[in-house]
Design a protein. Structure first.
Lengths: 256, 837
């Protein structure tokens, strides 16, 4: 079942059920003639426990939206909530703290600190917060992700797929409100990519983990519960329960 | 490829700033040294030449080998010179030493005759008119200012040969500028007519010089040749005829001996600065090349040859070298120019002249450029090793090869061992000429194998940072991420710190050795002897009065206990209360009952001391000190009962004296004040107060000043090395942009990031400083042992406070070096960093 509807309703302030939400988000790069509207009045809401993919052609603003939602970048105007906390007015140190406590990241590449072992990389956000690692949870994650034998290795001794799984483990360890993935499978062969995507879907379904992933791969997007489509900095539609075919069709409709 | 190199320098100018600063400082130091040397020579020429600045030719007396004495410039010589063709005026300078009396006593002055033609007078008239009649005199304005002499003042002058003789009153008619000729500087300069000078002068010694002014159309060299011939025809021997320039050069030779050795020493320091700079440059270029691996690989992909890549890197080095060397030279010229301009405003150094020899400029620029290019050779070769394929690989984890040059390591170890053996041998034999090359060799060896021990040491010290959490751990790991780079950065600092600490330890060790020697030579700080003729001999009350003077630690009263006969002379024996033994620097001198303490080397077992109560046989105890009067204890003195009644006239009898210990750490002026204060408190003459304290203080002052100067000079090398630390760190920061961004994204705060980088810099600088402290202390001690071991007992002395200061400076400076790179790293938003590349 594929439906292409108008974009979802704006979340209200204090909407506690949303893992992340944005309201009237605007961001412009450059000035005058060369100005690029990366985000135009974006209203979006990501429900807790769902796995959402943000899709769109290159330059559609999908990465900018994710960076703003994650507090990595600041918007020109508008509001952003992560787990009920509005972050738009927070200071850098507060956002940093929020990031290490409530947000997880899986990037396309360069996910791991090369001087640390896999285990140290996984526990890095907890260590940065001077927190205590939940050993049982860590054991469960590493077992689920098949990393038990690799914990003492350094990143350059791991395969690309293993590196991404370490990044997923790191994101899961803090039980964040939301995990952001920026093309997490972009650098992987299709088998490793499928493995990582299945892991993400399982953690969403079985552990109730909210995940927001930016991708331009329709196959990757089809692992999500919902696909949000962007073009020219604006939300242009969404798909629920996507398949690779329905995503491709929707993208083609965008003229991408 | 030239285009690529130019674009590199233009676009990444910021990355080259630190290299430029390092080269600039080193080149500036070198050039400033050369310019100072040339300028001080020029200033000296200016001042030496002043005495005959208005003449064309100068006749002066030389040593007559045949006669075995110096020639004299007599009247006949002056006549021959004056009658030579082309000579217009003659000024036979006749000067004599006189004394000018004033209220307080008399001061010496040099009275010289005026030339017939005043244009030959080497000084300008400031005020009034030159003396024309007998009994008139001109005086230099500096003395006039100082002594409140004005035109019309009358100076009572006597011949310095007969100070008690009759005064000749001379009336001041003119003030003239003071000559800056170093031979007359500081003395009062008087000028009068020949008739006035004649009664004071002794013509047997001849004229000082005969200065000639030539006719406008006469050629100096022609007159010089003709006159030399005429003198020899007239049978006048050993008189030289020189042009003013020749005469100045000749005189200069007598002055510059010491100055050239100063230049050599300064150049040695400049060489150290250049060496450190080369390390910093080489290191920076290695990092720059490592960062551009992908770019270089891309160039190789599209067809650039290895030699083109190498040339590109070298051209960058050349450009940076040229630009920073020129700036360095300009800075040096500006600096020395400023100093000279300031000196010119001071009356006593108005002759200061700035001389920028083209050679100094050329040498500065050449040294800077050659150094930069040579230092970039190794990194340039590394650049050619980049495979074209590297462009296609992700550059996430570019790990610089940690392949340690085995050849380098082995030769480093061999050098270290050989140098250490040589140094040890030199130190044990007290032979500096053996120890010095040994020290240099072993240090070069240690630097060559620095990759062996610096990274492990940094790692070990890094463990100390672990309690600081993740930033601490990461800092420790990052500090040794590239062992070679860390080693090179630390080595640059290591050189400077080692040399500074070596000087400090050497100075402290030398000081303690000299103190021991001085203590042996002069066992008492200050001795106050009785006045001759005797008015009121000292009593124990005087000791109490002396002890009340500021900075006096203890004062002992030493009455004469008896007399002994040594080599046919009566020598007084003094008694010292053992309770006062603290006044002695040498504990072996304290007398016990039944013994007499004699200077080192006294032979014999027993000695008879004559006292008023009879003779007493005492056992001889020799002390380590050499220079003091024989001592007995108060108990023994009681047995002797004082000086025997003899026929010695009262004024020649030995008198009681006071021995005084002064507080530690006084400088020469305060000890001189203390001596005056003592003389006042005891109501005696200054000359009665003598002792070793002043010598010791003067010696310590010399060491302190030398140490300060040397530390300052070596400080330049340390500053360059710290620029290197900042540079390496900021390049590492650039290299790790993505990693920093990742850490920031994962929740590292800006403060933690800055702290992490600061810690990294502190680790590198701290380990270099620690190693430098250790090495410097050993070198300093062995150096002092080699230099002084021949004639003093050398025990190592560590100046703890100074060493702690060096460590603190290194740590703070290391932290300071991290400020800019850390700020840049923290400013970068996580997104920007992750998006890069």
């Amino acid at each position: 079942m594929t439906t292409l509807t108008e974009h979802s309703a704006a979340p209200g302030p204090g909407s506690s059920t949303a893992a992340a939400a944005a309201q009237a988000l605007n961001k412009t790069y450059g000035k005058g003639d060369t100005a690029v509207h990366a985000l135009r009045d974006v209203d979006v809401r990501f429900e807790t426990g769902t796995f959402t993919a943000i899709m769109g052609p290159s330059g559609s603003g999908k990465s900018t939206l994710m960076h703003c939602l994650a507090g990595l970048d600041s918007a020109d105007s508008g509001h952003i909530w992560i787990g009920g906390t509005e972050i738009t007015s927070l200071k850098d140190a507060e956002i940093t703290r929020l990031r290490r406590d409530s947000v997880g990241f899986v990037f396309q590449s360069f996910n791991l600190v090369p001087t640390l072992t896999a285990e140290q990389n996984i526990t890095l956000p907890v260590s940065l917060a001077n927190g205590k690692v939940d050993a049982a949870w860590l054991a469960e994650i590493t077992r689920t992700l098949g990393l038990e034998g690799r914990l003492k290795h350094r990143p350059h001794e791991l395969s690309g797929g293993q590196q991404q799984r370490v990044a997923v483990a790191r994101a899961l360890l803090t039980r964040p409100h939301v995990i952001f993935g920026d093309e997490p499978t972009g650098n992987l062969d299709s088998r490793s990519g499928a493995e990582v995507l299945s892991l993400l879907r399982r953690s969403s379904r079985e552990m109730g983990q909210s995940i927001i992933m930016v991708t331009h791969d329709p196959v990757a997007a089809s692992y999500a519960d919902r696909v949000v489509l962007m073009n020219d900095g604006a939300l242009v539609g969404e798909l629920n329960n996507p398949t690779p075919e329905s995503v491709l069709a929707a993208l083609t409709k965008l003229g991408a | 490829m030239l285009q690529v190199a130019l674009a590199q320098v233009r676009l990444n100018a910021r990355r080259f700033i630190a290299v430029g600063v390092a080269v600039m400082i080193a080149v500036g130091f070198l050039t400033a040294t050369l310019i100072i040397n040339a300028s001080s020579k020029a200033s000296l020429t200016q001042s030496v030449g002043q005495s005959f600045r208005n003449a064309d030719l100068v006749l002066s007396a030389a040593y007559d080998d045949d006669a075995g004495s110096w020639a004299t410039l007599d009247e006949q010589t002056a006549e021959v010179a004056g009658s030579a063709d082309g000579v217009e005026d003659t000024y036979a300078v006749l000067s004599s030493s006189v004394a000018v009396r004033d209220g307080r006593g008399s001061s010496y002055a040099v009275l010289a005759n005026l030339p017939d033609d005043v244009s030959l007078l080497p000084v300008d008239v400031v005020k009034g008119s030159l003396p024309a009649a007998t009994g008139e005199v001109a005086i230099d304005e500096q003395t006039a200012d100082r002594r409140g002499i004005t035109i019309g003042s009358v100076l009572p002058v006597v011949s310095s040969d007969n100070l008690e003789g009759d005064e000749t009153p001379l009336t001041v008619t003119a003030l003239v500028e003071a000559s800056s000729d170093p031979r007359s500087m500081g003395a009062t300069q008087l000028y009068a007519t020949a008739a006035t000078v004649a009664p004071f002068a002794n013509l047997e010694f001849g004229f000082d010089s005969i200065q000639l002014a030539l006719a406008d159309n006469a050629s100096a060299t022609a007159v010089q040749t003709a006159l030399t011939q005429a003198l020899s025809d007239a049978g006048i021997k050993a008189v030289t005829v020189r042009t003013v320039e020749e005469e100045t050069t000749e005189l200069m030779a007598g002055f510059t001996g010491g100055q050239d050795s100063l230049t050599v020493i300064l150049l040695a320091f400049a060489a150290v600065a250049l060496l450190v700079c080369a390390l910093v440059v080489s290191n920076t270029f290695s990092v720059l090349v490592a960062q551009r691996t992908r770019e270089l690989a891309l160039l190789r992909c599209i067809g650039a040859g290895r030699s083109q890549i190498r040339r590109s890197v070298l051209v960058e080095a050349l450009l940076v070298g040229i630009v920073s060397s020129i700036i360095g030279v300009l800075a040096a010229v500006g600096l020395v120019g400023g100093i000279v301009a300031y000196l010119r405003t001071l009356p006593e150094s108005g002759f200061a002249t700035l001389d920028v020899p083209p050679l100094a400029v050329a040498a500065g620029i050449a040294a800077g450029v050659i150094l930069t290019v040579l230092a970039a050779l190794v990194p340039a070769r590394a650049a050619t090793a980049v495979a074209p394929l590297a462009a296609l690989r992700p550059a996430d984890d570019v790990r610089a090869g940690t392949r340690k040059g085995r050849v380098r390591l082995v030769s480093g170890l061999v050098l270290t061992a050989a140098g250490a053996a040589l140094l040890g041998y030199g130190a044990s034999q007290g032979d500096l000429l053996v120890a010095l090359p040994g020290g240099i060799l072993s240090f070069v060896g240690i630097l060559m194998c620095s990759t062996l021990f610096i990274p492990p040491l940094v790692r070990a010290v890094g463990f100390l940072a672990s309690p600081l959490g993740v930033p601490g751990k990461l800092a420790a790991v990052n500090a040794v991420r590239n062992p070679q780079r860390t080693s090179a950065t630390s080595s640059a600092l290591l050189i400077g710190v080692t040399l500074v600490v070596m000087m400090m330890t050497g100075a402290a060790t030398a000081r303690s050795a000299f103190n021991d020697t001085l203590a042996g030579e002069f066992p008492v700080d200050v001795t106050v002897s009785g006045a001759i003729p005797v008015e009121s001999p000292f009593t124990a009350k005087d000791a109490a009065a002396a002890a009340a003077v500021d900075h006096v630690d203890q004062a002992a009263f030493l009455p004469v206990a008896g007399l002994i006969d040594r080599d046919g002379e009566e020598v007084p024996v003094y008694s010292l209360d053992p309770a006062d033994s603290q006044v002695l620097q040498d504990a072996s001198m304290v007398p016990e009952a039944g013994t007499i303490t004699m200077p080192q080397g006294t032979e014999g077992e027993m000695l008879t001391v004559r006292g008023a109560a009879g003779d007493v046989e005492l056992k001889i105890v020799t002390s380590e000190s050499r220079n003091f009067s024989p001592l007995v204890s108060t108990d023994t003195a009681r047995l002797l009962g004082g000086v025997p009644e003899e026929q010695t006239p009262e004024q020649f009898r030995a008198q009681p004296m006071l021995w005084i210990a002064v507080a530690d750490g006084l400088n020469t002026p305060s000890i001189m004040e203390l001596q005056t204060a003592l003389a006042e408190a005891l109501n005696i003459q200054d000359y009665q107060v003598t002792g070793a304290a002043i010598e010791r203080a003067a010696f310590e002052q010399v060491i302190d000043v030398l140490l300060m100067v040397v530390t300052g000079l070596l400080g330049v090398a340390v500053v360059i090395a710290l620029v290197g630390v900042a540079n390496t760190l900021s390049l590492s920061v650039l290299e790790r942009t993505r990693e920093s961004s990742l850490l920031r994204a994962l929740g590292l705060t800006k403060g933690q990031l800055r702290g992490m980088l600061g810690l990294e810099a502190v680790l590198i600088a701290g380990v270099a400083a620690l190693l430098g402290l250790g090495l410097g202390a050993v070198y300093g001690w062995l150096g002092a042992q080699s230099a002084l071991g021949g004639f003093a007992d050398v025990t190592p002395a560590l100046p703890w406070v100074q060493l702690a200061g060096v460590l603190a400076v290194a740590l703070v400076a290391g932290l300071g070096a991290s400020l800019l790179p850390a700020r840049r790293a923290a400013r970068l938003s996580p997104v920007a960093g992750l998006a890069a590349d």
